[in-house]
Design a protein around this ligand. Structure first.
Ligand code: NAG
Ligand code: NAG
Length: 293
């Protein structure tokens, strides 16, 4: 009689797949509920939610979207129509301005580079510019920009503030959502950024503007870095990424669990940014519907 033997390799593979799948589902569930598991993006929440935290800071939310077809189907088409309302409403409620800098787009470079021109233009009329890539949605309109600045900087004194407030993801500094203060240093930084022409890349999902910003920041001397640039200890303070269950995300989770924990979108976060994701309009629609509930 021939007994069928179970192939041990097959068993191992099945076991590995089961473990990975379980881990995947569990980690997704935990990450998506990070805030209920005690993560704090905005420290001492109650204090910063205080309505008396008003300042006379003039703040503009600046954004634009290039409605043309982007490389590899990563289209921003129709996105501004969706998120523009979200941002305009928020700005109106909080007493900020929302401006669409589309008219400043310089066609000689990939459109993302023109954020530098738009910020440079509007920075003269405001204390702070809060730059938003178009693939972002404000998910908690009860949080003010002042409380975000306060949480990161520790005070709202315009003259004693750093010039650039950014977040970091697994790839380092992200140029998609950040605060920049009106100052001589900032204007010069924007000029230098625009001048980093060797980073310009056509026909790729990466246009090089983020790499150029990283390069500039990485090459600042320690003194400059400490007095002018602030990196938020929590990415989710104002630049959360949605959890997208792919092998790439799993790899990132395993290699940089802390960074992923600090940056994954969870209910209650201020903003979600569909960085690196395709079909942005679908993502935005889903999120906007979720907020209305
Ligand atoms: C940027 O380039 C322009 C033109 O070459 C130059 O005039 C300007 O000084 C440069 N700005 C900085 C900050 O390096
Ligand atoms: C422009 O920025 C968006 C938002 O961060 C990014 O997803 C997109 O890939 C960028 N596009 C290009 C062409 O770099």
């Amino acid at each position: 009689m021939i007994r069928r033997r179970v192939n041990p390799n097959l068993l191992m593979i099945t076991f590995a797949i089961l473990t990975t799948t379980t881990f995947f589902f569990l980690s997704s569930a935990v990450l998506r509920s990070a805030n209920t598991f005690g993560r704090r993006c905005l420290p001492e929440l109650d204090e910063y939610f205080d309505d008396t935290l008003k300042s006379n800071l003039k703040i503009a939310i600046v954004s634009f979207s290039d409605e043309k077809k982007a490389p590899r189907g990563r289209s921003f088409e129709g996105l501004m129509k969706l998120v523009g309302v979200n941002k305009r409403n928020y700005a109106q409620k909080m007493g900020y301005d929302f401006v669409d800098g589309k008219w400043l787009v310089d066609r000689s470079r990939p459109p993302n580079w023109s954020k530098i021109l738009a910020i440079n233009f509007y920075l003269d009329s405001y204390d702070w510019v809060f730059w938003n890539d178009a693939d972002t949605v404000i998910t908690n309109p009860d949080i003010s920009l002042e409380s975000i600045l306060m949480a990161a900087i520790g005070h709202l004194d315009f003259h004693a503030s750093p010039d650039l407030l950014v977040t970091e993801d697994v790839g380092g500094v992200n140029a998609g959502v950040f605060f920049i203060r009106r100052s001589k240093w900032s204007k010069e930084f924007l000029d230098k950024w625009w001048n980093e022409t060797s980073f310009i890349k056509f026909g790729s999902t990466k246009s090089g503007d983020n790499a150029a910003m990283k390069h500039l920041i990485n090459n600042l001397c320690l003194e400059d870095l400490q007095s002018h640039v602030m990196i938020s200890p929590m990415q989710c303070l104002f630049n959360s990424y949605p959890w997208n269950p792919t092998w790439k995300s799993l790899y990132r989770l395993l290699s940089s669990p802390q960074t992923i924990w600090k940056g994954t979108y969870s209910r209650g976060d201020f903003m979600v940014h569909f960085a690196g994701l395709d079909n942005k309009r679908e993502w935005a629609t889903k999120v906007l519907l979720g907020i209305k509930r």
